[in-house]
Design a binder for this molecule. Structure first.
Ligand code: G3P
Length: 223
């Protein structure tokens, strides 16, 4: 399972990269706007830190605009993946970009039929939004399970990218469903480390190591 960060924040990306577990990054216009910097400069810097796929979202509703933007994004770095929404224009945009060899992540997916459309059109990634479905009173993870099962049945090569993850259980359930990628906020990635028994165990090991060192020092002082 690949772990992506869902952020445009450079400090978060550098930190997760230093842990050796960061496989890619997903951004969207909201996340880029938060950083208050020019879009291209921000994405180029992200791509200089992360070698894996970095999703960059188009900001137009028509296919021609998406293709135009996507072609430009692809010149920013070799690992750029263009994000388009699951609309008729989005699929036309996807087709135009795929014809030019540019990988596409189809976003704002909330159902299995939408995911099937994206896979049939040749998406590299499809992004079901788990948290937003949960917010609307649906079972977001069930949609991920359904997509993974259908893609396995029909051997689609499109990768399932579980998005809009809000807590570690979403990551756990995504792994159980067989999602290829989990993209998560930095806070959720940090939470994956946490277990009270790790904290207690580490505290005890460090205390025992300190005690032994003190004992040895005292013994050496006596001889
Ligand atoms: O990757 C999609 C993600 O950015 C949406 O997350 O938390 O805004 O629903 P959220």
């Amino acid at each position: 399972m690949w772990f992506f960060l869902d952020t445009a924040n450079l400090d978060e990306i550098r930190t997760a990269h230093s842990w050796g577990i960061l496989d890619g990054v997903t951004t969207n216009p909201t996340l880029v706007a938060k950083e208050g910097r020019e879009h291209r400069a921000q994405i180029e810097e992200i791509c200089s830190i992360v070698q894996g796929p970095v999703s960059v979202e188009t900001t137009t509703a028509d296919a021609e605009g998406m293709i135009r933007e996507g072609i430009e994004f692809a010149t920013w770095a070799p690992n750029v993946v263009v994000k388009v929404p699951i609309t008729p224009d989005g699929l036309r945009g996807l087709r135009g970009l795929r014809e030019r060899g540019i990988p596409v992540n189809v976003t704002l997916v909330f159902s299995l039929p939408q995911a099937l459309l994206a896979a049939k059109a040749g998406a590299t990634f499809v992004s079901p939004f788990v948290g937003r479905l949960d917010d609307a009173g649906n079972d977001g993870m069930q949609v991920v399970r359904d997509i993974c099962a259908a893609f396995r049945t029909y051997r689609f090569e499109t990768k399932v990218l579980a998005a809009s993850l809000r807590h570690p259980i979403h990551v756990v359930e995504g792994a159980r469903a067989g999602a290829d990628v989990a993209t998560m906020p930095f806070k959720v990635m940090e939470q994956l480390f946490k277990h009270p028994l790790t904290d207690v165990g580490l505290e005890r090991f460090l205390a025992d190591a300190r005690r032994l060192q003190a004992e040895l020092q005292a013994r050496r002082a006596r001889v």
